[in-house]
Design a protein around this ligand. Structure first.
Ligand code: ADP
Length: 176
């Protein structure tokens, strides 16, 4: 069985991630979307919220499962007997960082874990969890970026920004 892992923070999952998950699910017998619990990253959503979100949006995609791991990807891969890590590439700026991770994983796993890169679909090339959170924090429209369930959870997180936008006077503060 060809099994692959799609690791990341998914804070939160976007249409860009979903596109990669759907395409990977057609290439492998099983794709495990693994939320790596990296405390240094200071996530907006808790691990359990991120699991909930990913399970919701991947429910209809065949042979995809969601898991979490607090440790090295190579150890997780060994544990579930997967030999491929999937990563998405948006632009050349992603490449250097991804190259370093991919080479390190190959070295540490003694060749057991390889990385397969999927190029982002063009319409999602500029999408990142960070920009989605930034837009949401100002009460902006994030419906082109994330599925409706995720939009709802982001709006709940940034309730004040949204109520200010819809209930405010529209006047700029500090003006005459
Ligand atoms: P990390 O914190 O590990 O970068 P992310 O959750 O931000 O985790 O991203 C996980 C993976 O998804 C990475 O390989 C990243 O390049 C990829 N990715 C993120 N956004 C997009 C997108 N819009 N299109 C394609 N791939 C993406």
């Amino acid at each position: 069985m060809k099994s692959a892992i799609y690791p990341g923070s998914f804070d939160p999952v976007t249409y860009g991630h979903l596109d990669i998950i759907k395409r990977a699910s057609k290439m492998f017998d099983e794709v495990t979307v693994c939320i790596l619990d990296n405390k240094a990253k200071n996530a907006l959503f808790s691990l359990s919220d991120r699991v909930k979100m990913l399970k919701l949006v991947t429910a209809d995609i065949p042979h995809v499962r969601v898991d979490t791991y607090a440790g090295l990807l190579i150890d997780y891969a060994k544990m579930i007997d997967a030999h491929v890590s999937i990563r998405g590439l948006r632009a050349v700026t992603d490449f250097e960082y991804e190259l370093q991770i991919a080479q390190t994983n190959r070295l540490l796993s003694r060749g057991a874990l390889d990385t397969v890169f999927l190029l982002t679909s063009l319409q999602f090339a500029y999408l990142s969890s960070t920009s989605v959170k930034e837009i949401a924090s100002f009460g902006g429209d994030i419906s082109p970026c994330v599925p409706p369930e995720i939009e709802k959870m982001l709006k709940k997180k940034y309730k004040d920004a949204y109520s200010k936008r819809t209930g405010g006077t529209g006047k700029k503060s500090g003006g005459k």
